[in-house]
Design a protein around this ligand. Structure first.
Ligand SMILES: NC(=O)c1ccc[n+]([C@@H]2O[C@H](COP(=O)([O-])OP(=O)(O)OC[C@H]3O[C@@H](n4cnc5c(N)ncnc54)[C@H](OP(=O)(O)O)[C@@H]3O)[C@@H](O)[C@H]2O)c1
Length: 338
């Protein structure tokens, strides 16, 4: 098989295609001939040495693939053979063959291409956990989706729209026309304007019911302040860490030190809730993930889940794909195809 290996900490040139023996599915596993692989921001952080959950380098990352089953291990239903599937991979996804536990494998909706299917698992499960499961978003509430033009952001828009919320989204200005078309009511350029002032104006000084924040650092403090009473803040990333100019492990320091600290009394007195989401720490909750995935895949059939692939790159172009995302040029998902 061919894999894209992160050979060491550094720039996109650290992504190299290498040959390796095909994996044999163990008991309870399914082997997939991969057609498309979803890229996540976490893969970029792993390459930069800024992702604590990443395997030790050199390593093959990748959390999600779509393809067809060509072998099954002991104890797995042979009816899966030849079926088109979408799967979560606990790393190793940047490969043209993967073996994964059968419970991480789901039937691919036939109306989606492999690229669109590979764009679903991480972005939509994360957004589902943030908005529906923990954020309890209700019809008529307001939601602020930061980084609304990315993979997780577009997934959150689909879900918020389905719930019937009023959607505010922050993103680089070039993405605004697309975001408005997708259902965002107000798009805010957080890189050139103070989004908090804009949100204050939009909510007539009340604040927002639910904010989802993948930027972290001091940005999360600002998000907390923008909540209304009964508002919830879901934190799920630390993209801000990439802007640090400090060397090595010190790079995490500004974002980590800038993070807010929440005192229970302050939470009580302001009637606010704060929660965290890390899908990469949910591998033990297979029942929940399967339930959420069923809801999302039903959304594909019902038409409100609309995975959007901005660009596809071949495995050999993985470095170029990472650069494309790092330069903030992606609107929605970037995938690798085999
Ligand atoms: N906790 C979890 O389980 C979980 C799961 C999925 C994703 N996430 C987090 O959610 C965020 C989005 O992830 P994603 O995979 O969907 O990626 P993505 O949003 O497609 O990432 C690229 C976009 O992020 C924005 N961005 C913000 N800060 C950036 C920076 N410092 N450098 C480059 N781009 C930056 C840019 O858009 P604009 O300039 O338009 O904002 C860029 O186009 C990441 O922080 C990721 O770690 C967390």
């Amino acid at each position: 098989m061919k894999q894209v290996v992160i050979t060491g900490r550094g720039g996109p040139e650290k992504l190299q295609v290498r040959e390796a023996p095909d994996p044999q599915p163990k008991r309870g596993e399914v082997r997939i001939r991969v057609a498309a692989i979803g890229i996540n921001f976490a893969d970029i952080l792993a390459r930069k040495g800024l992702y604590p959950d990443a395997p030790r380098l050199p390593a093959v990352v990748g959390y999600e693939v779509s393809g067809s089953v060509d072998q099954v291990g002991g104890g797995v239903d042979e009816a899966l053979l030849g079926r088109d599937v979408v799967a979560l991979t606990r790393f190793g996804g940047y490969s043209d063959v993967v073996s994964v536990p059968a419970m991480q494998v789901f039937e691919k909706p036939s109306m989606l291409s492999h690229g669109q299917a590979a764009a679903i698992p991480v972005s939509y499960l994360t957004a589902w956990q943030l908005l529906v499961v923990m954020g309890s978003l209700k019809p008529g509430e307001t939601v602020l989706i930061h980084n609304a033009g990315g993979g997780a952001g577009l997934a959150a828009i689909d879900i918020a729209r389905h719930v019937g919320a009023t959607i505010y989204g922050t993103a680089s200005a070039a993405k605004h026309p697309f975001l408005l078309e997708r259902g965002v009511h107000e798009a805010i350029d957080y890189r050139t304007t103070d989004w908090a002032i804009e949100v204050d104006r939009l909510t007539a000084g009340k604040g927002v019911s639910l904010i989802i924040d993948p930027l972290g650092g001091t940005h999360a403090k600002k998000s907390y302040r923008a909540l209304r009473s009964t508002g919830r803040l879901g934190m799920f990333g630390i993209s801000d860490v990439t802007s640090s100019r400090l060397p090595g492990p010190l790079r995490m320091a500004p974002a980590a030190l800038g993070m807010p600290v929440f005192h229970p009394v302050a939470l009580m007195n302001t009637n606010r809730a704060v929660f965290g989401v890390n899908l990469g720490h949910m591998w033990h909750e297979t029942d929940l993930i399967a339930e959420w995935m069923r809801e999302v895949l039903a959304g594909v059939a019902e038409g409100w889940v609309r995975p959007h692939v901005d660009r596809s790159f071949p495995l050999e172009g993985a470095g170029e794909a990472h650069s494309y995302i790092e330069e903030r040029r992606n609107t929605g998902k970037v995938v690798l195809t085999t």
